[in-house]
Design a protein around this ligand. Structure first.
Ligand code: SAM
Length: 238
């Protein structure tokens, strides 16, 4: 049975102050996700309870590590809207920019935004490297988030240039990240970031865990970064 009330249990655990009507929005989002998933590839997770935990609650886990207030947030490689859309559903005050390089996914996001009546949120079709070299986006965001897009050295070149001085880039990673973290230290420093915090979290009463890497922006990103589209992925900074 599709029981959206289950999400309350996690919202309470995450200590999120939600606005009325959020459960209906999660239900609408689920319905659109499943409908569109038949036409375009959005997710392999489709069971209702799995989507609640592995997509919705997982996206919200950032509340365990960071105090989200009225930040201007950018979600790089958002795909079907994770984590950006769940963050927006529970906190309508956030200003969110969703970015994905696949146009079909951005079309899906536009429909979600319209049907769920979300405001102060936009979906952009583009590559992170191009946004990072565009004055409209470069060093404009308080927070950049990203889940399941690339390894941390590559991702840092996508994300850190978009963050303001003293802002943060928070990467959602699987639980084993020590090696990846070690291999990305040079890139993070070169790009103007500093590793501030590493947190591992188990989702309440499940065996699902997630690591968060919190990177603080401590100085401007040099003009030569990000390199042109495709380059960070082909030749990560090391
Ligand atoms: N963040 C979502 C999630 O956790 O479910 C989607 C993850 S999906 C595996 C990775 C997404 O990143 C894809 O939708 C892909 O199109 C996008 N992507 C990959 N490289 C990108 C880039 N350089 N700029 C923008 N989007 C990118």
């Amino acid at each position: 049975m599709k029981d959206i009330n289950k999400i309350d249990y996690f919202i309470e655990w995450l200590e999120i102050e939600v606005q009325e009507g959020y459960k209906e929005k999660f239900l609408q989002y689920y319905t659109l996700l499943i409908e569109w998933n038949e036409k375009i590839n959005l997710t392999t997770i489709t069971d209702f309870d799995d989507v609640i935990i592995k997509h919705f609650v997982d996206s919200l886990l950032i509340y365990k590590v960071f105090d989200l207030t009225n930040e201007r947030i950018i979600d790089i490689g958002t795909g079907a809207g994770f984590p950006g859309i769940p963050l927006k559903i529970v906190n309508p005050n956030l200003n969110i920019t969703l970015v994905d390089s696949l146009k079909k996914r951005v079309n899906f996001l536009d429909e979600v935004i319209e049907k769920l009546d979300l405001t102060n949120i936009t979906a952009i079709h583009g590559r992170a490297e191009d946004l990072g070299n565009n004055v409209v986006h470069r060093e404009q965001y308080d927070l950049c988030v990203s889940r399941a897009v690339a390894n941390l050295a590559i991702l840092s070149e996508y994300c850190i240039p978009l963050v303001k001085n003293k802002g943060a880039f928070i990467s959602y990673k699987s639980s084993k990240i020590e090696e990846e973290l070690e291999a990305s230290k040079k890139a993070i420093g070169v790009l103007g970031g500093k590793i501030k915090q590493l947190e591992k979290i188990n989702i309440l009463n499940t065996d699902i865990s997630r690591s968060f890497i919190v990177i603080e922006k401590i100085k401007k990103t040099p003009k030569s970064y990000p390199r042109k589209s495709g380059k960070p992925n082909k030749d990560p900074i090391k």
